[in-house]
Design a protein around this ligand. Structure first.
Ligand code: ADP
Length: 763
């Protein structure tokens, strides 16, 4: 902090010391104001005729009041001789306390870092306390001392005035910070209020219009007996008023939900029922427009874990739009389906469709496509409300224009989890029950989505020699309830082997078909922590779906190691582990290619070709699965939307490598793997991030990841551009071999993806 910034003393040469002080002092600027005052005083005192040296000392405790950046223990005395130009900082022995007698006019400054007789005067700070001491050394003698004092006093008075101004400035600055904070809070409140009003007006309009219209008719009928329908009209008013009240409650709930998703009441619900309710509610409008509405749901559709009221509102909004925007005589089709970890609802219509330039903006508040105003009344809020609700559920919503015309709106919400048992105490997973069930839920969903498995089950070893089912997702309807399994020697051997298998011998030998007997392909994946079996994950596909291949087995081996690490390191950092697992899930949803079975398989082949040991290959695959997940989250935060990153933003993402590492850190205990993840944005020429490592100093694993990343990000199709064909992508990577990428890794990689030296361009 004590960087002495040279002020131009020359500027002050021809003026008196006080004038020199004021021309040098700067209270706000590049240097600390206290240091600025000290430097100015020093410069001024050097102009006093006949000085042999000058010093300015500061009471560190006072300085830190005026300048929050002042470090305790830092040098506290700035000193110079008249001839040498460089003032230097030092800490004379004895410290500030030893100056007290001298400042009180009793004796000199014995430890002064100056030669000769020293005259010293105090400088009062804003609180009246002595804050600085100014000292000049020169010839011995009473007269010389008096002359020096006469020169010192006006400079001391100026320095005191400067320190007072500085105190006022500091107070003002902290006031500014406080006001800025308040302003921010008020801004947020304002926005919330705006959103509340907007939502309220959107949903209040219809019932209010009805109430007003009916009331007007009644008012126009003096003597109600003469108007036979008055009872019916009053009934409408009452029911509409009740509807309005429900909406007020709903909106209040909704605003509350925004602040705490924990206020949602999640429970298993059959989405088909919610869809049917919405269809019934809109039937009169659909009939009036002669629209055909059909609902299709596959048998055995699982229930979803949702707040039924909120999701009903999403369906009503989507169906309402379909009905509203589809011309008379059109068709609306609602299709429900099961996805890996979710239930999906798609609403299709054969209306005008949404112009493609509007698709990305359609979910924004108040956004209406061009021409919408002529087609139907609306405010542009229904879809933003729908998106908000779906996101609160951790789901996803999207819109597209159908090739045959019309629109499709599709949303996914988490499917119901099988019974979650409390974690067996004896497993040593010491964690609060609600946190445990959140972790289990994310584990099941992440495994399901990353591996394309509709069913996933998690069993943990308890201390009494059994594998206990603690959670499951999407088990086939006909699957019988999962049972605990006795941890026989055979099971122990299988678990300790640590590799996913289709049907381990121990299951084949079990008359009951193992913990879960169902149709479709299954993989049994051991969870191991060091020398201890921790549990088992079973991932399954539906009968009729393609089975698991070797790439999927590799992927599951890596994922189970990550899950084992997460479970083992839960204690005391549940929230961080949960966040890290969620990041993994998000990676799949944002289409990060590097953790797909194919990418991991390619990485494993490259590792083998480079001669990496099996242990290092395992580490590399572990890093490959996680390294981009954290980055994806960071990227999402930097640029929302599908536009390509600008150079600034790219640079911004690079700078956030550390933040990405931090997100996945709870899942990475091995320091070597941490190194791979941390350094995958380094460049061979040393211009990368975050540490600017060059050449061999970048861990080999990180150099491999850099090439794999580049390959997938170049070849992958994005919403805003088509991926390059393999030949062009390889040429691009080769062009940067040696500067960005490790040339040897690039050569081995090229031989792997292009063994004949001529990749066929993509057709
Ligand atoms: P609103 O319907 O009140 O305008 P929404 O947020 O529900 O607000 O919809 C936003 C815009 O999306 C609409 O103005 C319309 O342009 C477009 N839109 C929504 N659904 C459809 C649909 N099914 N077909 C065509 N356009 C649609």
């Amino acid at each position: 902090m004590h960087t002495v910034i040279h002020r131009s003393i020359a500027r002050a040469r021809d003026v008196d010391p006080v004038g020199a002080f004021w021309s040098c002092v700067s209270l706000a600027g590049e240097t600390s104001p206290v240091i600025g005052t000290m430097e100015a005083a020093l410069a001024a005192l050097r102009l006093v005729p006949g000085v042999a040296g000058v010093a300015v000392a500061v009471d560190a405790s006072q300085a830190s009041v005026l300048d929050a950046g002042w470090e305790g223990g830092a040098p506290w005395c700035l000193v110079t001789g008249p001839a040498d130009g460089d003032p230097r900082w030092c800490s004379p022995a004895g410290g500030w306390a030893l100056l007290q007698p001298a400042l009180a006019g009793r004796g000199g400054w014995a430890q002064a870092p100056l030669d000769g007789a020293v005259t010293i005067v105090p400088v009062g700070g804003p609180s009246g306390q002595v804050t600085l001491a100014l000292a000049i050394a020169g010839a011995d003698g009473i007269e010389a001392d008096a002359a020096r004092r006469a020169a010192l006093l006006p400079v001391a008075a100026s320095a005191s005035a400067a320190l007072n101004a500085l105190a006022a400035l500091t107070a003002l600055q902290s006031e500014v910070v406080r006001l800025a904070g308040e302003n921010h809070a008020i801004g947020r409140l304002n926005r919330l209020q705006g959103r509340f009003v907007a939502m309220a007006s959107h949903d209040f309009k219809a019932p209010l219009t009805a109430i007003t219209a009916y009331t007007e008719v009644l008012l126009g009928q003096p003597g109600n007996e003469a108007f036979p329908q008055s009872a019916e009209f009053l009934g409408v008013i009452r029911s509409e008023a009740a509807r309005l009240l429900r909406m007020v409650d709903r909106i209040l709930d909704f605003t509350r939900v925004e602040f705490g998703p924990q206020l949602m009441t999640l429970a298993p619900a059959m989405l088909t029922d919610l869809v049917q309710e919405a269809v019934r509610a809109l039937a009169p409008v659909a009939a009036a427009r002669r629209l055909q509405v059909v609902v299709e749901a596959p048998p055995g559709l699982p229930r979803a874990e949702v707040d039924a009221d909120l999701i009903r509102q999403v369906i009503v909004n989507l169906l309402g739009n379909a009905v509203k925007y589809t011309p008379a005589g059109g068709h609306v089709r609602i299709v429900l389906s099961e996805e890996e970890s979710s239930v999906a609802v798609s609403v299709r219509d054969d209306g005008p469709g949404i112009p493609s330039e509007d698709i990305r903006r359609i979910f924004r508040e108040f956004y209406r496509a061009e021409g919408a105003a002529e087609q139907a009344e609306g405010t542009g809020l229904g879809l933003s409300i729908a998106r908000h609700i779906v996101q609160l559920h951790g789901g996803h919503i999207e819109a597209r224009r159908l090739p045959e015309g019309g629109s499709e709106f599709r949303f996914l919400v988490p499917k119901e989890l099988g019974e979650l048992t409390a974690l067996p105490q004896a497993t040593g997973l010491d964690v609060a029950p609600e946190k445990a069930s959140q972790v289990i839920s994310v584990v099941l969903r992440a495994i399901g989505e990353l591996t394309g498995s509709m069913s996933v089950a998690l069993l943990l070893v308890d201390g009494r020699g059994a594998l206990i089912p603690v959670g499951s997702m999407g088990l086939p309807r006909n699957a019988k309830r999962m049972q605990p399994v006795i941890l026989t020697e055979g099971w122990r051997r299988f678990l300790m082997d640590g590799h996913a298998q289709a049907e381990p011998a121990v299951v084949a030998g079990d008359a009951h078909g193992g913990p879960w007997a169902g149709e479709g392909d299954r993989l049994y994946c051991p969870l191991v922590d060091g020398d201890e079996p921790l549990g088992l994950i079973i991932a399954g596909r539906r009968a009729g779906e393609a089975g698991y291949g070797e790439p999927e087995r590799h992927q599951l081996d890596v994922l189970t190691r990550i899950v084992a690490t997460a479970l083992r390191h839960l204690e005391g950092q549940e929230a961080r582990v949960l966040e890290a697992l969620q990041v993994l899930l998000q990676a799949r949803r944002s289409g990060i290619p590097t953790s797909t079975p194919e990418a991991l398989h390619l990485t494993a082949r490259l590792a083998r070709a480079l001669g990496l040991s099996p242990a290092d290959t395992r580490r590399l695959l572990y890093a490959a699965t996680l390294h981009d997940a954290g980055m994806a989250r960071v990227e999402d935060e930097i640029v929302l939307g599908a536009a390509p990153l600008s150079w600034d933003e790219r640079d911004e993402v690079d700078r956030h490598v550390e933040q990405g590492c931090e997100l996945v850190a709870p899942l990475v205990q091995d320091p070597v793997v941490r190194g791979f993840i941390r350094h995958h944005h380094e460049r061979m020429d040393g211009t990368g991030h975050p540490d600017g490592l060059a050449g061999d100093r970048i861990p080999l694993g990180a150099r491999v990841l850099a090439v794999i990343d580049a390959w997938f990000s170049l070849t992958k199709d994005r919403p805003y551009r088509r991926g390059l064909d393999p030949a062009a992508a390889l040429a691009e990577i080769r062009q940067h071999a040696g500067t960005q990428f490790d040339a040897a890794v690039v050569a081995t990689f090229a031989a792997l993806v292009d063994p004949d030296g001529a990749v066929a361009p993509r057709t």
